[in-house]
Write a protein that binds this ligand. Structure first.
Ligand code: DGP
Length: 117
């Protein structure tokens, strides 16, 4: 099912796009949680990690190589960063179009809070 990300990928809605190719699109998160906060999104509509198929492996691999490239382009490759993929309700996924968060530019602290917020 299409989400707002499909319109961003198709450039029917504005975004601060930093990269696009035949498989993936990367753009700035509208609600950044760090100085660098980019979403890396497959152009194909895949709702969640639970929906990926073996045939999607080239897309999933491209998401990582694009994460590396964008991190380098934005100057956080040396200091480091975190890649986050939320899945469904307990994972905190809000937009049901698979996406990888690339966050960095500051110390990010613990990977998980110790208990539920
Ligand atoms: P998640 O919780 O993993 O589903 O993260 C969804 C992210 O998508 C959240 O950090 C905010 C971002 N987001 C939602 N709508 C838009 C939008 O219209 N434009 C952009 N650039 N980001 C959006």
């Amino acid at each position: 099912m299409p989400t707002i990300f499909s319109k961003i990928i198709a450039k029917e809605l504005p975004s601060e796009m930093v990269y696009q190719d035949d498989l993936v699109t990367a753009f700035k998160d509208i609600n950044p949680l760090a100085p660098v906060h980019i979403l890396i999104v497959p152009n194909k509509e895949i709702a969640t990690v639970d929906d990926v198929e073996v045939d999607d492996e080239p897309i999933l691999g491209r998401m990582f190589t694009v994460a590396k490239k964008v991190a380098r382009d934005l100057g956080i490759a040396e200091s480091g960063y975190r890649l986050i993929v939320n899945c469904k309700q307990d994972g905190g996924q809000e937009v049901y179009h698979l996406h990888m968060h690339l966050v960095g530019g500051r110390r990010l602290g613990r990977m998980l809070a110790k208990k539920e917020d």
